[in-house]
Design a protein around this ligand. Sequence first.
Ligand code: F6R
Length: 614
Amino acid sequence: MCSVVGYIGKSLCKGFILEGLKRLEYRGYDSAGFACLDSESKRLLYAKSEGKIDVLYQKISSQALDGYIGMGHTRWSTHGVPSIENAHPQFDCQKNISIVHNGIIENHTELKNILESSGHTFHSDTDTEIIAHLLENLLLSHQTFKAALIDLVNKLEGAYAFICMIQNFPNEMVVVRKRSPICIGIGDNEMFIASDLLAFANKTNKVLFLPDESFTIIKKDSIQLYDFSGKPLIVEAQEINAYWQNIEKNDHESFMIKEIYEQKNAISKTVNFYKDLSTTIWDNLGLSPEFIKNLNNINIFGCGTSWHAAKIAQFFFEKICLIPTNIHLASEFRYMPFFPDKNSLYLSVSQSGETADTLEALRMVTSLNCHVITITNIASSTMVREANGFLLTQAGPEIAVASTKSFSAQLTALYWLSNRLAFEKNIINLNQMHVAESDLLICAEALENTIENYKLLIINELAKKYSLYRKFIFIGRNISYPFAMEAALKLKEISYIFAQSYPAGELKHGSIALIDENTPIVIFSVLDDIIYQKLLSNAHEIKARKGHLIAFAFEHQKELINLADQTFIIPKVNPLLAPLAMTGLMQFFAYQIAKTLGRNIDQPRNLAKSVTVE
Ligand code: F6R
């Protein structure tokens, strides 16, 4: 997703800005840009490029293009194709105002029409350019800079975070936030601005997170913060010791394969971290014994892989805690009728803690005084700050765009939490709690061992064979159905092969018409005997129609193993953890197919890691 980085202060800024953008590169983007006011003439200098930051870097590294105030951007296209014209910064007619922006201006068409009819000429298809032209107009019609800014932010609809640099005001910058994240690192006679504090970690630990619907006029040594009505705001900077470690692939060919192999460790680190939390867990979660006693319902929401983890977790909470649990896709949840329930626990699940759809759902729920706990991998994320409580997964930074270890860490967190709540409600005893924790560790072992067992077969034979198919169907039943959804997502996002998931029982209600020899069907088994029998019947129906069957089956499931054209045998684990045990191999299989097809696996086309627009 788009990242913005800015600087104003005592040092030349180009190095910091390019390094900051590079640190946020994993979020995904398609073009990049840099602008500054020349250190001597204070004239605007800028460069933009399509593709990766390295291209921009090469373009400007040898140029004398640097200053004490500047900003940079990586763009993930929303309005207009990836191109130099559409890359940021965007400018007004006079190239006096420069804007880098993350988010969407929803009323851009209306504003553009007004501005065009008053004589402004646009050079890009972006919604961002509107901000620059609108401010150009408002600076003419308002007496003060601040008054123009108040008018500007009230005219812009949508969710956005942007930095504005103006040639005529060379000693200040404007930073605006509505819904999208942005923060300022306060240094000694210098300010660092970024959509994620990682960009300036190690430079300062004093961080000001802009409140929602606020703007600041910043100089190298001062910050004036206002709400959208112009009322001054006083917000304390927080001390956050974020460290930047350059995460390397080490001996791995990609981040994704490295992260697939880090899952065993991610699971055990997460379990051990929770064990150590001991009784302080309730402070982190913001839950009282009274609330847990009255808890009658759980609602979980998230997007993409996190939503799939939540759908699997429904089985944990209902079977272990005996609490009815509903799962919501965050992007839909917000626009459905909502019935606030004070005795319900709401869980937002998000690797990044920044996903706009999930964050907005969280805000909707907290605004109605319901209790939200966020399960996330990023301690400094907006969701941690805005939820009533949090539970951190310990997957470590996930760089590849496709989620792998964050998914298994989410399942771990959700499984652990369901047991912890059950323990608190006297549904399970301490011994059973310890068994649950060791089941997770056993499962982590199984996850890694199955990859090892099939590694060579997949690399040497199966990846090539299955990369020739143009479409796949993934099926499961009960707890393995949401897992089939995740498997289909993994294959399509990194290989670009069309993949569709179905609940196995639904095949005969229509989609069985799709079965032919050219569409492999991947079936994910379960450890519940009754459901396994039903799944087996579905497998027979597929074979009776000459379907090509790939089965992820458990070691004692001989009939399914013999029926399938290709079987991956998974060790038996706790039945509720069956999806977790299959996770590593499923990801590895999809990965090797994508690799055979020569895809850009760590940064697949069109995708972003942290989706901060709705
Ligand atoms: C898929 C993937 C996405 C994310 C989704 C939500 O591999 O990574 O589907 O799961 O964009 O992101 P988070 O979990 O950061 O809220």
